[in-house]
Design a protein around this ligand. Sequence first.
Ligand SMILES: Nc1nc2c(c(=O)[nH]1)N=C([C@H](O)[C@H](O)COP(=O)(O)OP(=O)(O)OP(=O)(O)O)CN2
Length: 303
Amino acid sequence: MATLFVENLTVVDFSYLHAKRGMVGESWIVDLELSGDLDAQGMVFDFGHIKKALKQAVDERVDHRLLLPGESDLLGLHRRDDGHISLEWRYLAGEIRMVAPADSILELSGTAITKAGVTLYLMDLIRDSVPDNVTEVRVVLREQDTGTAPFYHYSHGLKKHDGNCQRIAHGHRSGIEIFENGRRSRYWEKLWADRWEDIYIGTRSDLEGTYYVEDVPHHRFRYDAEQGHFELVIPEDHCYLVDTDSTVENLAEHIAEELAREAPGKRFRVRAFEGVGKGAIAEAGEDNPGRAKAGWLQGSSVL
Ligand SMILES: Nc1nc2c(c(=O)[nH]1)N=C([C@H](O)[C@H](O)COP(=O)(O)OP(=O)(O)OP(=O)(O)O)CN2
């Protein structure tokens, strides 16, 4: 019997529904251990297969989905004949309603989405995907270690994306680094982490109107994309509107421009993460009047 491990098998970026927080974007790094007898090649299971087949299984079932606690009284879920679902989530601040292709959600057992529940789900999924000589599967889910640096949880949908990011309710746990006149500013980082805590970032042109639930205003977003039709109703005060698609390049640029507007005469550099290990850089302010530079950053340093 031998045990092998794979760290960072993948990162699952998703959102889930919470009884108090509403819709929460999350990013968990997936680590894996497999135990069993050695096969004819002298291996528990070929790393090549693990990194392809098991990563693909985890990504397909969890990544970019909205996770729902199937046994919660707050949830109403309806599967429609056209391959879409509609759902309602009645929580503390109001209601969340969504219409989306059925692959946009993952219904899990239990009354709340927890790390333990998702871990058990993934262990079952992986057990079904490994050969018979593998007798034990262990999964560890963990957040990126950002030390004391701030982060926010956001959800969004990119209607023009040719992959699963077009899903209207998927999200990320993202660090933010802000430099004011070349020096790291914990003040501004904390301010944006608070501003975007558990936020839905919506694109103004996807906004169809306001919907009232017992006098509480809710935004209604709606678009059609390659995978199907998407609608989302969510309390207005859990939303932040931007004039662009909510790509991380645009979000970094938006933050930099807002900072330059809020603190005139200063120069800002923003490193905004999208989940783990990637993001965008933008600059705005005194040295760069009226213009922000943005770029895609892959494999950026850990905060
Ligand atoms: N240049 C950009 N590319 C992508 C952006 C972006 O803002 N700028 N955004 C997305 C999606 O929002 C998506 O949620 C990112 O998810 P992620 O899982 O990190 O990306 P992949 O699916 O491409 O990577 P895997 O690690 O293989 O899941 C996509 N691209």
